[in-house]
Every structure is written in structure tokens, then in C-alpha cells.
Design a protein around this ligand. Structure first.
Ligand SMILES: *Cc1c(COP(=O)(O)O)cnc(C)c1O
Length: 461
């Protein structure tokens, strides 16, 4: 392999956006020489705890492709973890942020307010489930918004305990680590965690013997009543489909039963829609699939086309219980991020992306079901809309196969397709394509994953 020329600092910046050819193109091995160079600098400069899934040096991205410094073009089936759902460098987002850059970059909303923040709050109040009176507050990250949802629920109920569920992921700050279920890598060695956090059993149809939603909810509620007590419980927090935990879709009826119990017991029902929100599952919010109206909805990831923004939206009486000055932060609802969010929301609503997520889901589920029919290592295929996964297992014992999962993901990345893994047992390959991706590009990406499964068959045979 030839040594890379150093990147020319005077050359024009590479242009991303949807004009980038939407193709998989391999110019070098992955990582190529320039990517390897960056990764060497990364390990010398960046803390080891900050990992990376794909060993590439990104110089441009657009729509559904990521281009690296060696000239490789990779199909993006992860969207930066369901963030660039409107496509990378979506032109609506780029235009809106550019205009905002020319106007002003920051005032701190809690010092001098501006339209973008209020407009995002109005949009969230309109779009989230339920037609009750709502308020919103904006933050920088999903974890920060989850923390604030818990603060808001405690202040409103004057109770302290919080229940999260098995396999949950809510973030990496202290309180959200406590809410998160998985030890390695998220919690290991980072304790002690915040008190008054309790865990309840989930509905996990593939692994709980097909317990009905109603029975799984009754099991969770009994445990909560016996081990915590509704009179101590401020909030239940749950992802409508678990993200990092393995794209677990609970059995029908589980979420509505929990929401109903919470309502009857003065417990705030918090939907963590950070990964599932903004069209991802074929509805604007995933709780809509079962008609559940949460008291508070936490959003982030897909909200702003790649700029950091997060929100808590909910019932006015709960949201307004916090005293003035109790919520906020220096950057929360930054004007650039708000401009991006308004543009991204226009894209979801006006470019038909929510419907597109449904169509992508049919394509994904159909293709993966075909693969599963001839490959018993694919134990389960599940998901909604463009949030779909396959769980890989030992075909004889049904035990999770994390090694196979890692091998298939590594094969895909080496052949120019970015896919992510997840799951408590590390044995789930998840698909989160941008909602703007073409059928052809998605199918080509899935073909490479299928090749990865076939290749690891030969190895183990
Ligand atoms: C990613 C994620 C978070 C944390 O969001 P950050 O922006 O990474 O802090 C919280 N909840 C869910 C469901 C997530 O997927």
C-alpha cells in the first residue's frame, strides 16, 4: 500500500450533501492509509473510552453515504445512530443553519430569547402524541433531556423513585447511567449511581417465551408495587422500542397497560423517544403505534439533522411545576440547532419521510425474513419502520452469538457498509438508514451484510 500524500490544507473543503454520488465505492482497503493515519492520531490524542465503530477518516457525507479521506464511499445504514434521518447535510438543514449563522450564533435563551427556540417548542407541542396543553424545554443531548424529565417529574409529583426497565438505555451521565441497564461498557467502574432508581422486567417476546403484553405488564406492575410502591414513585421511563438494548419491540398491549397504571397512580409516564422519534418507526413518534399518550416525551437524535439538540415535551401542569430558573443551561436550544430542527421537521412533514420510513421497513423486514428462512443463525427479525434488527444466535442452543455479530458487522464495514450492533448480549445487528436513502442503495447494503453472514458460515463450517 502506498503512503498517502498529506491532506492539502489549501485545497477546497470537500463538499457533502445529496450531490455526492449515492454509491458504494472502494478505492483502498478500509481503513486506507489516510484513515489509518487519523486513527493513530486519535489513539494518541483522544481518550480510550471514546470508541469508534468504523475505522474511517470522514471528509464528507451526504444523503446516505459517507466519504473518507482515501476516497472510499460507504453506504450509511446507521445515520450516526438515527440522527441524520433527513439525510446527511440535508439541503433544508444546511440552508437554515447558514442563514442563522449570518444572523447570530448565541445569546443564551435564558438571557435573551429568540424565535427559533419558541418555534421548536411550538412544533414539539403540536407533533408529540395527545392534544392536551403542552410545554417544552430544550437541552443539548438525549441524556441531559432524560435527566431533566426526571427532575420535572419529581418536582411535579413531590415523589422521588424512578423505574426504568430491563435492557434500557438512557445515556451516560450519572443519573442516566443508573437508568441504563447494561454494565459493560456503559456503567462498569463508573459508580456509585444515583439513588432511588429501580428496574422492572420488560416485555421481550423473543426471549420471554412469548408472554402477552398484558401479562408482561402485570408482572412489571406487581414488582413495582411490591418493591417500590406507587406512593413513592415519581416516574416510569421507557423506550417504546428499546434502542441500544437490542431493538426490542414489546408485545402489543404492554405499553398501554403501563401508561394506564401510571395515570391511575399519579406516576409520570415518560417516553424516551430519543432513538424512535421523528418518523423513524413509520409514525412521527413510536408511542403512536399503540395510541399511547405519554405525560412527558424526551426527544433528541433525529430532531435536528445532525446538530445537537434535545427536548422534554409534556403536560403543561407537570412541566410548569418547576420553578423559573430551575430548567435550562448555557447552550440548551442553541439558535443554530433550533434552525436545524425547524428545517428537519419541515423535511419530515413535507418530504413524506414518515411514510418513507414505513416503506423502508417493509423492504428491510422482507429482505431479512428471506435471509432468516435459509439461515437458522438469524434467531429473530424485528422492528418497526426504518428501525429494524436481526438477533444472531447459536442455531442449536439459541444462545446469543456476539462473535458472529461482530464478524458480520466488521465484514460489512470492510466492504463499505456502515452497520451498527446493539443488544444486552451484543448479538443484534441494527439498521437505521437515513429515511432519504434509495431502495437500491439500501438493498445493496443489505446484500453486503448477507455476504458477511455467508462468509462467516464458511469460517465456522
Ligand atoms: C442515544 C440515546 C440516549 C442518550 O442520548 P445522548 O444524546 O447520547 O445523550 C437516551 N435515550 C435513548 C433511547 C437513546 O437512544
Amino acid at each position: 500500500m502506498t503512503l498517502a500524500e498529506p491532506l492539502d490544507a489549501t485545497a477546497p473543503a470537500p463538499t457533502g450533501g445529496p450531490t455526492l454520488p449515492q454509491e458504494r465505492r472502494l478505492a483502498t482497503a478500509i481503513p486506507g492509509p489516510r484513515s489509518s493515519e487519523l486513527l493513530a492520531r486519535k489513539s494518541a490524542a483522544v481518550a480510550r473510552g471514546v470508541g469508534h465503530a468504523a475505522p474511517v477518516h470522514v471528509v464528507a457525507a451526504g444523503g446516505g453515504v459517507i466519504v473518507d479521506a482515501d476516497g472510499n464511499s460507504l453506504i450509511d445504514l446507521g445515520s450516526g445512530i438515527a440522527v441524520t434521518s433527513v439525510g446527511n447535510s440535508n439541503p433544508r438543514v444546511v440552508d437554515a443553519v447558514s442563514r442563522q449563522l449570518d444572523a447570530f450564533t448565541h445569546t443564551c435563551f435564558t438571557i435573551a430569547p429568540y424565535d427559533g427556540y419558541v418555534s421548536v417548542a411550538e412544533a414539539l407541542n403540536r407533533l408529540t402524541p395527545g392534544d392536551h396543553v403542552k410545554r417544552s424545554a430544550l437541552f443539548n443531548s438525549g441524556a441531559e433531556a432524560v435527566e431533566n424529565a426526571v427532575k420535572i417529574a419529581r418536582r411535579a409529583t413531590r415523589k422521588q423513585a424512578v423505574v426504568a426497565f430491563d435492557h434500557a438505555y438512557h445515556g451516560r451521565t450519572n443519573l442516566t447511567m443508573g437508568l441504563t441497564a447494561k454494565n459493560i461498557p456503559y456503567k462498569h467502574g463508573f459508580g456509585p449511581f444515583a439513588p432511588e432508581v429501580y428496574r422492572a422486567p420488560l416485555s421481550y417476546p423473543y426471549r420471554d417465551g412469548g408472554l402477552s403484553g398484558a401479562d408482561a405488564a402485570a408482572r412489571a406492575i406487581l414488582q413495582i408495587e411490591k418493591q417500590v410502591g406507587a406512593e413513592n414513585l415519581a416516574a416510569l421511563i421507557i423506550e417504546p422500542i428499546q434502542g441500544e438494548g437490542g431493538f426490542i419491540v414489546p408485545a402489543e398491549g404492554f405499553l398501554p397497560a403501563l401508561a394506564e397504571w401510571a395515570r391511575a397512580n399519579d406516576v409520570v409516564f415518560i417516553a424516551d423517544e430519543v432513538q424512535t422519534g421523528f418518523g423513524r418507526t413509520g409514525a412521527m413518534f413510536a408511542m403512536e403505534h399503540e395510541g399511547v399518550v405519554p405525560d412527558l416525551v424526551v426527544t433528541a437524535k433525529g430532531i435536528a439533522g445532525g446538530l445537537p439538540l434535545a427536548a422534554v415535551t409534556g403536560r403543561a401542569e407537570i412541566m410548569d411545576a418547576s420553578d423559573p430558573g430551575g430548567l435550562g443551561g448555557t447552550y440548551g436550544g442553541n439558535p443554530l440547532a433550533c434552525a436545524a430542527a425547524l428545517a428537519a421537521i419541515d423535511a419530515y412533514e413535507e418530504d413524506g419521510l414518515v411514510e418513507r420510513a414505513g416503506a423502508l421497513g417493509e423492504l428491510l423486514l422482507g429482505r431479512l425474513a428471506e435471509l432468516q428462512a435459509s439461515d437458522p443463525r438469524i434467531g429473530d427479525v424485528r422492528g418497526r419502520g426504518a428501525m429494524v434488527a436481526m438477533e444472531l444466535v447459536d442455531p442449536v442452543t439459541g444462545d446469543p452469538d456476539a462473535a458472529l455479530t461482530a464478524a458480520v458487522a466488521a465484514h460489512a464495514i470492510a466492504h463499505g457498509v456502515v452497520v451498527l450492533t446493539c443488544g444486552t448480549y451484543g448479538n443484534v445487528i441494527r439498521f437505521l438508514p437515513p429515511l432519504t436513502i434509495s431502495d437500491e442503495l439500501l438493498l445493496e447494503g443489505l446484500g453486503v451484510v448477507a455476504d458477511g453472514l455467508a462468509a462467516s458460515m464458511e469460517v465456522s463450517a
